[in-house]
Design a binder for this molecule. Structure first.
Ligand code: P1T
Length: 380
């Protein structure tokens, strides 16, 4: 089956008792047993829940994987993956990641003896050199948040495999519609399903997908043993969002391309970063390893912090807010908002400056988005 058919049908056969076409919200914490230990396969909702299972099966299929394991947030999913490691293990990571990922790794797991080495993974040579020092896991975000740097996934995953390290790709910024890292050699894909998978800014969630049975069993063990599961209602909301992922992503891409071209030609904008623009330094790689780009655009204003503030206060159709990937357009200031948890010197080295603004282009009528940006740029 193809993508849109899988999004609507995978894991979502009509319910067996009533024929309900939509997977019900199994809002129950526990399940009746006939005799101690004799049950339907469902014992307790932290361990098994049919609504969550439908979501897991669907996203696993969309990612060309075999197993999906859902969590209460993207960070809960990442936390579960960190639990695959032990004190003394080393992780090589893309240097430009979501601020909360950096905070979890540096301020929670470093204390537990895990070592993180941050590298600019847009140059695979950096990844290879760092891996050579002995590594258990390679953690990639591609495109990165917020600088939209890409990593050559095939080359990086091959390098990791050659030293026996697992490759994890945070695919939140692309969604499975535009790239499937497992197809290019990654072992594990992780998403904040709060973003494009859910797609409507009404739920927080996370999900992990892999192919290997033994690895899936280890992740599922952590899901149950640590317990960061999504509630049935939240799992249902993400599953409902996923049904329209394909049509939404196409529209995000079309709108974002027009917005990126408009911004690139605007005198108040110093530089636009969008992998589908010919000006992006990794445009060729984008075309080679992705089928398209989501609605994420980053730009430097030709101004200062005050100018950026005036611009962000002025937008009306775009909403000034953290997060991304919903149907509505959002805009934010990474240095003050999503990436405030990075030390100032790390932000500076990555280029997360006071004039940097990140846009999550939604699926509204693009003419309204362009007029909104034009009017707001006038005050810069
Ligand atoms: O917010 P949560 O569902 O826990 O997901 C964390 C996360 C993981 N990975 C990436 C690439 C992300 O962008 C995020 C969350 N990001 C934002 C809230 C943001 O505005 O960038």
């Amino acid at each position: 089956m193809k993508f849109n058919t899988k999004a609507i049908h995978s894991g979502q056969a009509p319910e067996s008792r009533t024929g309900a076409v939509v997977v019900p919200v199994f809002q129950t914490s526990t399940y009746a047993q006939e005799s101690p230990g004799r049950h339907t396969g469902y014992e307790y909702s932290r361990t098994q829940n049919p609504t969550r299972e439908a979501l897991e099966a669907c996203v696993a299929d969309l990612e060309m994987g075999k197993h999906g394991v859902a969590f209460a947030s993207g960070l809960a999913a990442e936390d579960a993956l960190m639990h695959l490691l032990s004190a003394g293990d080393r992780v090589v990571c893309s240097d430009d990641v979501y601020g909360g990922t950096y905070r979890q790794f540096e301020r929670v797991f470093r204390k537990h003896g895990i070592d993180f080495q941050w590298v600019d993974s847009s140059d695979v040579g950096n990844v290879e050199r760092a891996l050579a020092k002995g590594t258990r896991m390679l953690w990639l975000e591609t495109p990165t948040n917020p600088m939209l740097k890409l990593t050559d996934k095939s080359a990086a995953a091959a390098a990791a495999r050659s030293v026996g390290a697992l490759t994890v790709v945070d695919n939140t910024f692309s969604s499975p519609y535009f790239q499937n890292p497992l197809e290019l050699g990654a072992d594990i894909v992780v998403h904040s399903s709060t973003k494009y998978l859910g797609g409507h800014s009404d739920v927080v969630g996370g999900i992990v997908v892999c192919r290997d049975d033994e690895l899936a069993q280890r992740i599922r063990f952590v899901q149950n043993a640590v317990g960061g599961v999504p509630g049935p209602w939240d799992a249902w909301l993400v599953l409902r969002g996923v049904k329209t992922l394909g049509v939404r992503m196409q529209r995000h891409f079309e709108n974002a391309l027009q917005v990126a071209r408009f911004l690139e030609a605007h005198p108040k904008v110093e530089r636009v970063i969008f992998p589908w623009l010919e000006s992006h330094p990794q445009h060729a790689l984008a075309r080679a390893q992705m089928k398209g780009m989501s609605g994420m655009i980053t730009m430097y204003l030709a101004s200062d912090l005050e100018g950026a503030r005036r611009f962000l206060e002025k937008v009306r159709v775009f909403t000034l807010a953290e997060s991304l990937g919903g149907v509505e357009s959002l805009i934010e200031h990474p240095a003050i908002m999503t990436h405030a948890s990075l030390p100032a010197e790390v932000r500076a080295s990555l280029g997360i400056a006071d004039t940097l603004v990140r846009l999550s282009v939604g699926i509204e009528d693009v003419s309204d988005l362009l007029s909104d940006l034009d009017a707001a740029l006038a005050v810069v």
